[in-house]
Write a protein that binds this ligand. Structure first.
Ligand code: AMP
Ligand code: MN
Ligand code: MN
Ligand code: MN
Length: 293
């Protein structure tokens, strides 16, 4: 497989197994139609879709990496760590993800109670209608219900008005620690990657520096540079930070749904050529389609 930056790799997206709307099979077909050559499914805190995604990727002729996006609490904020190329049967990783998923139902019930106070009723049951995996009820499912009842016109507006930190439906939650998430991924043979660093708007430069340096100390090896949620200026900023911290670079759309996502699978600029692509660290872990193997 091509290990340069000039590969249409999409190493971040979500299926119905977490908060996406498409099945792993439909995502694979869409990625392939968009020219993706190397693909990973990275559901939140959940690896239940990987076997189906790998089979569908191979049927479509794409190379595949296992993936997950782990929810982490760092310096009081939620940070996401993507894991790539791990053994999905690793017991430590499986237990860690299970414990990270554990608190979601209680949090969702509290969110529904808070939303009822501001006039949005039936939100727990309403969100559940959009859930593909009951262990993975998320803010995204609430957002879809709040659009359905007409309180907002799209999910971005729901997050602004109801679900972002400090808004009425936000319930603080303690996820995995940074050290645990990186360790679960590494001990399962994978590479840990800081997801969309440009989205942690509450971090000042000092906290961002602490995130990158502690991530490295724990054994983290990559950072998303080209992602659907970065601006062109952020591609440049995080390319420089990848070099400064000696991290490999990743690329992924963070696609969730044809109706909600601005960036489609594989439709992103290539990684800047001066970077080390994360897939060059994962040559042995990439599963090639049968005819290419
Ligand atoms: P949760 O894991 O339940 O806290 O939900 C987090 C998910 O909410 C993210 O993975 C995104 O899919 C979605 N999300 C967070 N912020 C926004 C936003 N401003 N607009 C749309 N979706 C968002
Ligand atoms: Mn999501
Ligand atoms: Mn994320
Ligand atoms: Mn994501």
């Amino acid at each position: 497989m091509n290990s340069t930056c000039l590969l249409n790799a999409d190493l971040h997206c979500h299926s119905i197994v977490s908060d996406g709307t498409l099945s792993p099979e439909d995502l694979a077909a869409r990625a392939s139609a968009n020219g993706v050559e190397l693909w990973a499914l990275t559901d939140h805190d959940e690896i239940g879709g990987i076997a189906r995604a790998r089979a569908a990727a191979h049927a479509a002729g794409m190379a595949f990496l296992s993936g997950v996006e782990v929810s982490v609490t760092f310096a009081g904020e939620t940070v996401h760590i993507v894991g790539l190329g791990f053994d999905e049967n690793d017991p430590g990783l499986r237990r860690g993800l299970e414990s990270t998923r554990g608190g979601r139902e209680g949090r969702a019930r509290e969110m529904a109670a808070e939303l009822a106070r501001v006039g949005i009723h039936g939100a727990f049951e309403g969100a559940l209608k959009y859930v593909g995996n009951p262990d993975l009820i998320s803010r995204t499912h609430f957002a879809r219900y709040i659009v359905e009842v007409g309180a907002c016109s799209d999910t971005a507006e729901v997050f602004r008005k109801y679900l972002a930190d400090g808004k009425p439906g936000f319930v603080p939650h303690r996820w995995a620690t940074l050290g645990d998430a990186v360790r679960w991924i590494r001990e399962a043979g994978g590479v840990a990657v800081i997801a969309h660093p440009g989205r942690y708007h509450r971090f000042d430069a000092t906290k961002e520096y602490a995130l990158f340096s502690e991530f490295r100390e724990h054994g983290g090896q990559g950072v998303e540079v080209v992602t659907g949620s970065h601006t062109a200026a952020e591609y440049v900023k995080y390319a420089d930070m990848a070099i400064e911290f000696g991290l490999a670079a990743s690329r992924g759309s963070d696609f969730h749904s044809p109706a909600e996502s601005r960036t489609d699978l594989g439709r992103l600029p290539m990684l800047p050529g001066k970077l080390t692509p994360v897939w060059s660290l994962l040559q042995e872990r990439v599963a090639l389609p049968p005819q290419a193997a």
